[in-house]
Design a protein around this ligand. Sequence first.
Ligand code: PLP
Length: 372
Amino acid sequence: MPENQKTQIYLDFNATAPVRPVAREAAMRAMETVGNPSSVHGFGRAARKLVEDARERVAALVNAQPSQIVFTSGGTEANNQALLAVEHGTVLVSAVEHDSILAPVPEAPRVPVTPDGVLDLDALDAMLAKADTPALVAIMFANNETGVIQPVEEAVAVARRHDALVLCDAVQGAGKVPVDFAALDVDLMTLSGHKIGSPQGTGAVIVHDRVQLHPLIAGGGQERKRRGGTENTPGIAGFGAAAEEALEQLDTYAAVAGLRDAMEAEALARVPAARVFGADAPRVPNTSSLGLPGISSETQVMALDLAGIAVSAGAACSAGKVKQSHVIAAMGEGDGWAGTVIRVSLGHETTHGEVERFLDAWQDLYMCRRAA
Ligand code: PLP
């Protein structure tokens, strides 16, 4: 964490993770060299090597082949490309997808989730039975607000029965739990570098060999003609270094769940009227969706910010505006809770002391509001 941000407590790792020192060094080294990866001379070949080394590391993170990786500017571009640049019929999306999936296909029917936030596989089956083939189904690996891990393998089995393609947004899963592109046998997967500690502005679409991905950005034929434009070499070098370290640290990352679970238990002990969403489903270790009755998400985020604690109101926070959580609404809590939820997302480096300070501020906020 930069020196001037050390007094603040950062519990918003799902929004962006601090850049890992190894990623910073790799990006800096790349910036100290000159060369366009498409140039044939030695400078160009050196830049190409940086990109290709990173491609191998990113592929290894999710057990894909390097040739299947198409670098993009981030998860949003990756999701747009996967949805808009692959030939298919109807698109179906799970009701809890990120806006970068929902916005490009606003008319797409939404597959419901259970009250725990898990995809309803029977509903998917029924909806696919009615859809044109070949349909494409977007189902995320892990939800960005609740951390709930989706039954992707089962969804792929259902999709196969209907000849449908599957796009898995693994932006919040990769680097937190094992993600295996080959074993899941999805057709497309997407990643975002800055969620795992690379510099911002990097991402990837991973494309199965059986799928043809057209370029969304036409240009000089980079990325095997799948994404035009000179590669973001420093960012990609950082992404590769971050992916390598994230893979090495997967085992120790699992321990973050202990801190998260203790935080949730203590939160409910202090404010019994509060709720934790998705707690009974399998989740990534670091994410908690906490509802505080009667206090809007926006008020909570601002009050906690004043107390020096950074959390988020979920996904739908752009340009400083917070709106109701479509994720919590899809879990059947539209009226009461969807506007009262905050997302607390921890990192490897989060300490007990930081969590305690968060809980104190959160409880104070509740007590003050009740007294007012
Ligand atoms: N998908 C999910 C699940 C996300 O959480 C996010 C970002 O929060 C994105 C996609 C978009 O990624 P990026 O910020 O790299 O555009």
